[in-house]
Design a protein around this ligand. Structure first.
Ligand code: UDP
Ligand code: MG
Length: 142
């Protein structure tokens, strides 16, 4: 594993953005913004895998819809490195609801609705570690 120069966060290019053919544009925005890709792969989550990933939201009213959407097509999972990566990646993503996201953010540009909002990002370094380890083994981090 290469020497770590920043901190890590975890991101997903969600099925809506993959379906719309936006993987390349979103990865370009990520690398242009100074993130280093430490791990990346295209996967198609089962319903059960999506439920495990979003277990923290199990009691929320949108849980069924969310896990159906996230298991409804392929997505790209990524470990991203930058100084202050968690905050920086959430800033680049923008607000959960694309209608409230700032100009220049990924959710503003690529998100369609509060549910189908193009990208996921960890909300803390602790959750970033858990989320990276949910999808990647140590050997997959370069
Ligand atoms: N979500 C939804 N309806 C809501 C709130 C959230 O469908 O009212 C979905 C949306 O895809 C969001 C995900 O659930 O990205 C996780 O919600 P969270 O509040 O953690 O937002 P995020 O951290 O993704 O900005
Ligand atoms: Mg969240």
């Amino acid at each position: 594993m290469a020497e770590q120069v920043g901190t890590l966060t975890f991101g997903i290019i969600k099925p809506d953005a993959v379906r719309a053919g936006k993987i390349g544009q979103i990865i370009a925005r990520i690398t242009d913004s100074g993130f280093h890709l430490r791990a990346m792969k295209l996967i198609h989550m089962t319903r059960r895998e999506a439920e495990g990933f979003y277990a923290i939201h199990r009691e929320r009213p949108f849980f069924g819809e969310l896990t159906e959407f996230m298991s409804g097509g392929p997505c790209v999972v990524m470990a991203l490195e930058k100084d202050g990566a968690v905050r920086a990646w959430r800033d680049l993503m923008g607000a959960t609801n694309p209608a409230q996201a700032e100009e220049g953010t990924l959710r503003k540009e690529f998100g369609a609705s509060v549910g189908e909002n193009a990208v996921h990002g960890s909300d803390s370094e602790e959750n970033a570690r858990l989320e990276i380890s949910y999808f990647f083994s140590q050997i997959e981090l370069v």
